[in-house]
Design a protein around this ligand. Structure first.
Ligand SMILES: [Zn+2]
Length: 422
């Protein structure tokens, strides 16, 4: 039980003006990873490090790649066994066509209770909220019974190098739970979809479009692979069904390229074609099984294509090299995560949300992957994903966050930590 006195003490240490100022400062830094333009997460990491120093936290800056750093903030508490990670990322996706924006993407403009700009929603607002939550606890003098680790990570939007480095350097070794600070509109998300991204490369033989028999066309194999993916999707839907929060599993062919590189020409039958598939999974599916199904699909289509060529060639009495080859490569493999509702971190998040909003929060799932995916799969860390911001707004033009919701989020984070580390 946490007394009302302690709750009031911590909540009154959350200063909305400071939180909004910190969020604005982060949003005003363009942290799109773009070496050509000279932008990276580094200035945001520097800002966070400076803030952590000012607040009296011990911290370390880990360079993950040149110009890309994580900041790890330590808040040692009482002797309890538990250790809680707050995770937020500093990178943002590109604003795209800036002329499509009404608000300056890096202006952090505030209008009618909303802050606009790239990262306001995903996830610099929530990053500021988690930092504010940590400093509110510290300033209040209330000692959590266990440690809090602030993980301010780079490269969440692309390869997740930040969280991989965080794990590699041992920062997650003693963690017993994590709060992933991402825009989930006040929902408590205890599950998220997994992802496998596969690239099929079909190697045939290039030829003149008027003399296709002098080459080996890759197009029929591309079509067979797409059909194979659809069949696998259907089978997955039938076997695992629909997840209450995550919906259906999907096997989506997203990119078809023929030729794989260079210009396509109407009178040239390309020698190589590529197919990318974005597979999203839900609990109950085995990634190992999916990978072996995809490998099997590639082999099966390869064999069938060669045998179709043979039958055809025999019929018209021609001889040619029919060695079509299909290889599959896995670009990403991130399992889905599911933390039980009974888990202490989920219970703490629910309790804290209820304290602030006055109602029982809804459970939900995250359709995309977050840094939490690796904390869960590589370190078995139970997690909740929660934060301020409409769930559809990330990566859109005129991205925004509601400032009242952001302030409440900082309060929810702080109380979650207090409740979890009792
Ligand atoms: Zn994010």
């Amino acid at each position: 039980m946490i007394s009302d006195k302690i709750i009031t003490k911590v909540l009154s240490s959350i200063r909305p003006g400071e939180l909004i100022e910190l969020a604005s400062e982060l949003v005003r830094i363009n942290t799109v990873w773009d070496p050509a333009a000279g932008t990276s997460e580094q200035p945001a990491a520097d800002l966070v490090a400076e803030w952590a120093g000012k607040e009296g936290f011990s911290f370390q800056m880990d360079e993950v790649a040149p110009g890309r750093s994580n900041v790890i903030i330590r808040f040692p508490g009482g002797p309890g066994e538990k250790s809680l990670i707050f995770e937020g990322h500093t990178d943002v996706v590109t604003p795209g066509d800036v002329s499509a924006w009404i608000h300056d993407p890096f202006g952090a403009e505030i209008k009618e209770g909303r802050m606009y700009g790239r990262g306001t929603n995903d996830t610099k607002g929530n990053l500021a909220a988690m930092l504010m939550a940590m400093s509110a606890i510290k300033r209040s003098g209330v000692m959590p019974n266990g440690n809090i680790i602030g993980a301010v990570l780079c490269d969440e939007e692309d390869q997740m190098l930040g969280v991989l480095d965080f794990i590699k350097k041992g920062h997650a070794d003693r963690a017993t739970a994590a709060v992933i600070c991402e825009p989930q509109d006040g929902l408590v998300c205890n599950t998220q979809k997994g992802a496998i991204r596969a690239r099929f490369e079909i190697a045939g033989r290039m030829s003149h479009g008027a003399m296709p028999l002098s080459g080996l066309n890759t197009a029929p194999a591309v079509s067979a692979l797409i059909q194979g993916l659809m069949d696998l999707e259907k089978a997955a839907i039938e076997s695992v069904g629909r997840d209450e929060h995550l919906g259906w599993p999907s096997y989506t062919p997203t990119v078809v390229q023929s030729p794989c590189s260079g210009p396509a020409q109407l009178n040239v039958m390309p020698g190589k074609s590529c197919l990318l598939a974005d597979i999203r999974t839900i609990p109950g599916q085995s990634h190992e099984k999916i990978r072996s199904e995809l490998t099997h699909l590639a082999a099966e289509v390869e064999q069938k294509s060669i045998s179709d060529f043979e039958i055809f060639d025999r019929r018209i009495h021609i001889h040619r090299d029919r060695s079509l080859r299909i290889k599959v490569e896995f670009l990403t493999d991130r399992p889905c995560t599911l933390t039980a509702r009974e888990d202490p971190i989920v219970q703490s998040a629910v309790w804290a949300s209820r304290q602030i909003s006055g109602k029982v929060p809804e459970y939900a799932g995250v359709p995309g992957a977050t840094d939490g995916t690796f904390l869960w799969s590589m370190k078995n860390i139970p997690l909740v994903i929660m934060g301020a911001g409409d769930r559809e707004v990330p990566h859109q033009v005129d991205e925004w966050v509601d400032l009242d919701q952001l302030v409440n989020t900082a309060k929810i984070y702080a109380l979650t930590a207090l409740h979890y580390l009792q």
